[in-house]
Design a protein. Structure first.
Lengths: 193, 79
């Protein structure tokens, strides 16, 4: 495994790599603009957005935030173990990260099922159009993140390990991006209206 | 290093629970407090979990600028 020091102070080498950080900013700007649009429409129809917000289960949102932050915490620990070449511990921590990521999807599935059963689908009203589009788009990122983490795990499992620190850091940065996006979505969709 | 990350993680969880609890209160200041708490969490994840504190100042400024612009626009619209 590559254990050479990376000069993070160099502007071209942020932790995770410059390409990943360009993607992170593009994603944050995209979600950010959609959330600003949601707040704008919320100002146009405050009563509808307030009543619709009350139809959401804040407990589901809070639990999912805790799950995703916990997953991010274990991901951070995983990268640190990879950096000191402790493959065994890194693999265990990565599995915990993946399990929490999957748990996020399970809770989301329960939440979506309840909404669909109640008839609160994409076309129900403006609030739920934003709710479905933003949260589903985020779920897609979580699924992609889980696939990436699985490939890192499989790389760590190989005898002839070719997983570089940069690879794990880039994967971790993508996974943390899902946290960052959720931290923008959660207060606006679940709490403020 | 790990101890600091554990503190960050616990703080993030506490802030999340506080956000959930105060969202049930009715006051004009609640959305502002919720957005500010979310910003602290955002900074915690970016600077500790993503190790941005080790990065060049350019990236730190970029992240903080995004957060400032986003929060300012949202809070102005909510006001």
């Amino acid at each position: 495994m590559e254990t050479s020091k990376i000069d993070y102070k160099n502007v071209y080498y942020p932790p995770g790599g410059i390409l990943l950080w360009i993607i992170i900013f593009l994603e944050l700007i995209t979600f950010g603009m959609a959330l600003v649009a949601m707040v704008y429409y919320g100002n146009q129809e405050p009563d509808l957005f307030h009543e619709s917000r009350l139809l959401l289960n804040v407990s589901f949102g809070t639990i999912n935030t805790i799950i995703l932050l916990t997953s991010g915490f274990f991901m951070a620990l995983t990268v640190r173990q990879i950096k000191i070449n402790n493959k065994l511990k890194a693999k265990k921590l990565l599995i915990v990260t993946i399990i929490f990521g999957m748990l996020f999807l399970v809770v989301k599935a329960f939440e979506y099922y309840a909404k669909i059963q109640a008839g609160l689908d994409l076309s129900y009203n403006t609030f739920f159009t934003f709710y479905w589009l933003l949260t589903l788009f985020h779920v897609v990122h979580v699924v992609v993140g889980l696939v990436i983490l699985s490939t890192v795990y499989s790389g760590l499992n190989k005898e002839n390990n070719e997983t570089l620190i940069e690879d794990s850091e880039a994967s971790a940065a993508f996974w943390h991006m899902c946290d960052l996006i959720w931290l923008l979505l959660f207060p606006i969709i679940y709490l403020i209206f | 290093m790990e101890k600091k990350t554990i503190y960050t993680w616990v703080t993030l969880l506490v802030l999340t629970v506080i956000s959930g609890i105060i969202s049930t209160q009715t006051s004009n200041y609640i959305p502002i407090i919720i957005i500010l708490l979310a910003s602290f969490k955002f900074i915690g994840v970016a600077f500790d979990f993503m190790e941005l504190r080790k990065a060049n100042v350019f990236w730190k400024i970029l992240v903080l600028s995004f957060l400032t612009v986003f929060n300012t626009v949202v809070l102005i619209m909510l006001a």
